[in-house]
Write a protein that binds this ligand. Structure first.
Ligand code: SF4
Ligand code: SF4
Length: 222
C-alpha cells in the first residue's frame, strides 16, 4: 500500500486560508490503513481545522467526505456534487490521488493534506515499513522475497557490505540488515546457492530515474 502521514495543521491552514468553503476529501483505501486519510482522520482533521479557525476568528465552512479511492475516476465522481459546492478541496489521498482529483476537476483548487512517504506494509499495528521502491523490474525472486533495492541502505544487489552487526544495518541502528534477512531466508528456503550468481548492475531506466512512467494495457482499453 501507499503510506503517508498528515501534514502539520499549520501548513494545512496556510494552504486553505484563502477559501470560505472547503471540502476535506478522505480516501478509503491505502491512507485509511495507515491512519492518515480515511473517514476517521477526515472527520478529526475537519474538527481540528474548524476549531483552529474559530479560535482565530476566521470564518470558513468545512465540509467532509470520503471516497473509496481518489486514484480511480469511478470513485472520484462520487465527490463531484460536494466539490461543486465548495471553493477548494483538501485531499487526504496520496500524491497520485491528489493529482487524479486535479485532473478530473481542472477548475477546482486541490491541495495535499498528506505527505506521501513510501510503498510499504504494516509490520505491526501502527508501524509501517518501506518495502518497494517501484523500480519497474522486480528482482525479488533472486533474494528470497526481500528487496535489497529498498531495504538495504546501500541498495547492494551483491551484498552484504560486511558492516552489519548482529543483524543490524551499519547505516542505521534501527534498521535490520536486509542482507542478513536475505541470507537467513535463502537458508530457510534451501536457496543459498542463489548467492553464487553475480547480479549485474541494475538498469534504472525502468525506474522513475528514467522519467515518469506509463503502463498501457491494450487488452483493457475500451
Ligand atoms: S525489486 Fe523493484 S519492484 Fe521488486 S520489490 Fe524491489 S523495488 Fe519493488
Ligand atoms: S549493513 Fe546490511 S542493510 Fe546495511 S548497508 Fe550493509 S548490507 Fe545493506
Amino acid at each position: 500500500m501507499i503510506v503517508g502521514e498528515q501534514k502539520p495543521i499549520e501548513e494545512i491552514k496556510k494552504m486553505v486560508a484563502p477559501y470560505k468553503k472547503l471540502l476535506i476529501l478522505g480516501c478509503g483505501t491505502c491512507v485509511k490503513t495507515c491512519f492518515a486519510g480515511g473517514e476517521d482522520e477526515t472527520a478529526a482533521l475537519a474538527s481540528a481545522l474548524r476549531m483552529a479557525f474559530r479560535t482565530e476568528g476566521v470564518s470558513i465552512e468545512i465540509d467532509e467526505q470520503t471516497v473509496e479511492r481518489q486514484c480511480e475516476n469511478e470513485f472520484i465522481q462520487e465527490a463531484a456534487k460536494k466539490i461543486g459546492e465548495n471553493d477548494a478541496v483538501l485531499s487526504l489521498a496520496c500524491g497520485a490521488g491528489v493529482q487524479a482529483m486535479a485532473r478530473r476537476f481542472p477548475k477546482e483548487p486541490v491541495y495535499p493534506g498528506l505527505n506521501t512517504t513510501f510503498i510499504g506494509v504494516q509490520e505491526s499495528h501502527g508501524v509501517f515499513t518501506e518495502e518497494c521502491s517501484g523500480c519497474g523490474n522486480c528482482e525479488l525472486g533472486n533474494f528470497g522475497g526481500i528487496c535489497p533495492v529498498t531495504r538495504c541502505s546501500k541498495k547492494l544487489l551483491n551484498g552484504p557490505c560486511g558492516g552489519s552487526q548482529k543483524g543490524i544495518c551499519e547505516v542505521d541502528a534501527n534498521t535490520e540488515c536486509a542482507w542478513q534477512l536475505i541470507i537467513d531466508r535463502l537458508k530457510t528456503l534451501g536457496q543459498l546457492n542463489n548467492l553464487r550468481t553475480y547480479i549485474p548492475p541494475k538498469n534504472w531506466k525502468t525506474s522513475n530515474s528514467g522519467g515518469p512512467r506509463k503502463l498501457v494495457r491494450e487488452d483493457h482499453i475500451i
